[in-house]
Design a binder for this molecule. Structure first.
Ligand code: CS2
Ligand code: MG
Length: 402
């Protein structure tokens, strides 16, 4: 099966998505997500100007060889733009191989290790009461696992609290909007949120929380310890992870489970974290960590150290990633949980898909491939609209982690 052509589809049904479509001489096509929130056009150019010319004529079945060709052949290895472009090609080729075999993708990945995929949703509110009312609505929708984010008194905004309840989109400005942060206020406030959450909902639901890279390691250890009575499923991105050894300080201070990795683009970004068991869940995702091929290597390393997966699944990852991730999640043994931030109806219309939500889990369906398509005509009605993620400053103006 030869690659005849490939194209990049950019669309903005409320937010930007970049999709790679690879067409073959057998009339089949495969789709890969290439969305990198806030830097989308860098990946579009990487694919159109540098990758696609090398793909035409290649055997679409040679997934591993193509992966190595694009990774080693670039010379300049790794990084989010390169690995997102490689991920898009890889995902499209796995989609194609499964379609050519007439099988759902999970059957090519070793078959089912479970019947469905536990997911978590995002409850958030401007204050504790609104956030917990949102938790109640997620419980009513059947979610067994819920992330809770809440406004912090004295701060005009904070990560994860959205104007639009169900659909959280952080890329909210034609130029970066500026947020203000205080770790002190946040550290004093957050234990109160989970104390009230457990008082209202008991210990049945899994509760998760995303610190979003904003604390120092010792502050993160203090937060983890203060949350121990409320038994979180995980505390996410407690501190920036460029220095993987920083997590030793957090580990020494708390038994609250830790999750990290949505910003990682290769196994090298998380190798020490996994080998030293400094984390409990690895969050790398199909679209940003080199596709199905590389993500399986990361999951394989994690399995050796009893680290489970918890793939990123925010609204800025397209339904193509969600579909492919669900086949991956269904097949690997050390699956933990899948993030599932719902897409808007406009996005779902552009990306018809087979996956379905029921009783707190997602099932990918049994269509050949990853089960997600793109309506190109509809996609063309939503032109690209530049949008940036916010930047974050401390109250004295110092630039901080968003
Ligand atoms: C967040 C993301 O879902 C999460 O855990 O960290 O929403 C993240 O902020 C966005 O993907 C950034 O584009
Ligand atoms: Mg996160």
């Amino acid at each position: 099966m030869k690659i005849e052509s490939a194209k990049v589809i950019v669309t903005c049904p409320g937010r930007n998505f970049v999709t790679l479509k690879i067409m073959t001489d057998e009339g089949l096509y495969g789709l890969g997500d290439a969305t990198l929130n806030g830097r989308e056009l860098a990946v579009v150019s990487y694919l159109e100007d540098h990758v696609i010319p090398c793909l035409v004529g290649r055997d679409a079945h040679r997934i591993e060889d193509t992966w190595q060709y694009l990774y080693r052949g670039a010379y300049w290895r790794r990084g989010p733009v390169t690995m997102t472009a490689i991920a898009a090609v890889d995902t499209a080729l796995w989609d194609l191989k499964a379609k050519a075999a007439g099988l759902p993708l999970y059957q090519l990945l070793g078959g089912k290790s479970r019947e469905s995929v536990l997911v978590y949703g995002h409850a958030n509110g401007k204050d504790i009461e609104q956030a917990l009312d949102e938790v109640a609505s997620y419980v009513d929708m059947g979610y067994k696992a819920i992330r809770i984010q809440c406004g912090v008194p004295g701060l005009p905004s904070t990560y994860g609290v959205s104007k639009d309840r169900l659909f959280y989109e952080p890329a909210d400005g034609a130029l970066p909007t500026e947020n203000v942060w205080s770790s002190e206020k946040y550290l004093d406030w957050t234990p109160k949120l989970f104390e009230k959450a457990r008082a209202r909902f008991g210990f049945e639901p899994h509760f998760l929380h995303d610190v979003h890279h904003r604390l120092t390691p010792i502050e993160a250890a203090r937060l983890g310890r203060s949350l121990e009575p409320y038994r979180l499923f995980w505390l996410e991105d407690p501190t920036p992870a460029e220095n993987q050894q920083a997590f030793r300080l957090i580990r020494q201070g708390t038994v609250t489970p830790l999750a990290v990795g949505e910003v990682f683009s290769s196994i090298h970004d998380c190798r020490e974290l996994i080998e030293e068991q400094l984390i409990d869940y690895i969050r790398c995702t199909v679209v940003h960590a080199g596709g199905i091929t590389h993500l399986r290597q990361i999951a394989g390393l994690a399995a050796l150290y009893q680290v489970r997966t918890g793939c990123h699944g925010a609204t800025d990852l397209s339904p193509v990633t969600m579909g492919a991730a669900l086949h991956f999640d269904l097949s690997i043994h050390n699956f933990g949980i899948q993030e599932y931030m719902r897409h808007t109806p406009e996005t779902d219309a552009v990306f018809p898909h087979a996956y379905q939500f029921a009783q707190g889990s997602l099932a990918p369906g049994d269509q050949p491939g990853h089960g997600v398509d793109v309506d190109e005509e509809l996609a063309a009605q939503y032109p690209y609209r530049r949008a940036y993620l916010p930047v974050n400053r401390l109250q004295d103006g110092t630039l901080h982690n968003w």
